[in-house]
Structures are given as structure tokens and as C-alpha cells.
Design a protein around this ligand. Structure first.
Ligand code: GAR
Length: 211
């Protein structure tokens, strides 16, 4: 494992940071980011969208915005670590061929292996629907409700080799209401995510985030 974080270059709207956004689902975060990038000159641009499934709803947002997209499904005929490695090699192939400078995991629900993470440390960020280190994993909203917390939120962090454990860049709190269900809490957190993470990408792109 590597402790070496390498941050991206300092970018400008004239020479924006080239992003790959990785998704698994509906891609509401991707849609918010694309809208933000279209509204004004930003120091980052979404160059490519990569989904781990052909049915990821977010692929449509890429198409609507004229952004190139790929669905890279797990390769057939392999198992276990070999399969994950082959899958990640395909993704790395796309990322390298597009000169990507920063990868954003925007609802990407696979855990990346140290093979992938160590190559991109400092240039790989994740959006997670809780106030980390509380409630890591795939059921953050359910876990927050079960713990009966009164405040939850979202976290943007650099990815390390652990699960939702890398250095935190920024967080945003939202209230948890007595009447909340997983769905209502998920939606409230997403609203906060959609506001927070494009701005965090501004900060990273313009060199305001240090490790
Ligand atoms: C977002 O809430 C994001 O934080 C979460 O998935 C959702 C994706 O929504 N990510 C994780 O849970 C990663 N552990 P979207 O597909 O509508 O953008």
C-alpha cells in the first residue's frame, strides 16, 4: 500500500481539470455536476463518465450533456480477484486514454482494489452519504436512522485503500427528522451533496485543498 498522495495540478477555466465521473445508479449527483459545469466557466470539466452497468440511469445524463460515456461491466469467464483486476484494468485503460486528471466516485458502489487506488491517490475522490467516520458502507442512511442520530449529512473525501476511510475534504450536515424514512433522508442528503461536491471540485481544481 502507498501513503503517497499526489494532488492534481492547479487548473483554470482556460485549462480545466479533466474529470472522469464513475457511477452505478441514477446519477443525480452527476446531473448536478454537469449542470454546474454548464452554468459558468469552471476549472474542471467532465470528460468521461464510466458506469459499472449498462442500465445505470446516469448514463442518460452524460448523453444529454454530450459527454462521452462507457459502461464497463465485470468481465465474464473470470472469478474473484482476477475478475476485479481485469475490470479495473479496463477502466484504467479508458481513463488513461482520455488523459484524466481527477476521478470522482459519484454513487459508484464497487470497492476499488489497492491496485487501482494506489495509482490515483490524491486524484480520486468519493461522495458518501453520511458524516464520516460515522456510517461507512453501503447502507449509510439506514444505519443513521437505526442509530437514532439527529444530524447526518454527506462527506467528500480522498479515497484510500480502506472503505470510506480516506482524508476528509469537506462535510455538510442535514437534520434527521423523527418522521424520516430511508428514502426521505436519502433525498435530503442528496440535495446537500449536489450543492457541496461541485464546489469541493472547484477547491481541488484551484489548488485550495491541501493534504
Ligand atoms: C449518493 O447519495 C452517494 O453519496 C451515494 O450514492 C448516491 C448516488 O446517488 N454513494 C455511496 O453510497 C457510496 N458509498 P446518484 O446515483 O443519484 O448520484
Amino acid at each position: 500500500m502507498s501513503d503517497e498522495y499526489v494532488l492534481p495540478r492547479k487548473a483554470t477555466p482556460d485549462s480545466p481539470l479533466r474529470l472522469a465521473v464513475m457511477i452505478s445508479g441514477g446519477g443525480s449527483g452527476l446531473r448536478a455536476l454537469l449542470k454546474y459545469q454548464q452554468e459558468a466557466d469552471r476549472a474542471h470539466v467532465t470528460t468521461v463518465v464510466i458506469a459499472d452497468s449498462e442500465s445505470a440511469g446516469g448514463l442518460k445524463h452524460a448523453m444529454d450533456a454530450g459527454v462521452e460515456s462507457f459502461s464497463v461491466t465485470l468481465p465474464q469467464g473470470l472469478k474473484g480477484d482476477e475478475r476485479r483486476r481485469a475490470h479495473e484494468e479496463q477502466i484504467i485503460g479508458i481513463i488513461e486514454s482520455k488523459d484524466i486528471e481527477l476521478i470522482v466516485l459519484s454513487g459508484y458502489m464497487r470497492i476499488l482494489t489497492p491496485f487501482f487506488v494506489s495509482r490515483w491517490k490524491g486524484r480520486l475522490v468519493n461522495i458518501h452519504p453520511s458524516l464520516l467516520p460515522d456510517f461507512p458502507g453501503a447502507h449509510a442512511q439506514r444505519d443513521a436512522l437505526e442509530a437514532r442520530v439527529r444530524v447526518s449529512g454527506c462527506t467528500v473525501h480522498f479515497v484510500d485503500e480502506g472503505v470510506d476511510s480516506g482524508p476528509i475534504i469537506e462535510q455538510r450536515e442535514v437534520p434527521v427528522l423523527e418522521s424520516d424514512t430511508i428514502d426521505t433522508l436519502r433525498d435530503r442528503i442528496k440535495q446537500a451533496e449536489h450543492d457541496l461536491y461541485p464546489k469541493v471540485l472547484d477547491d481541488i481544481s484551484s489548488g485550495r485543498v491541501l493534504l
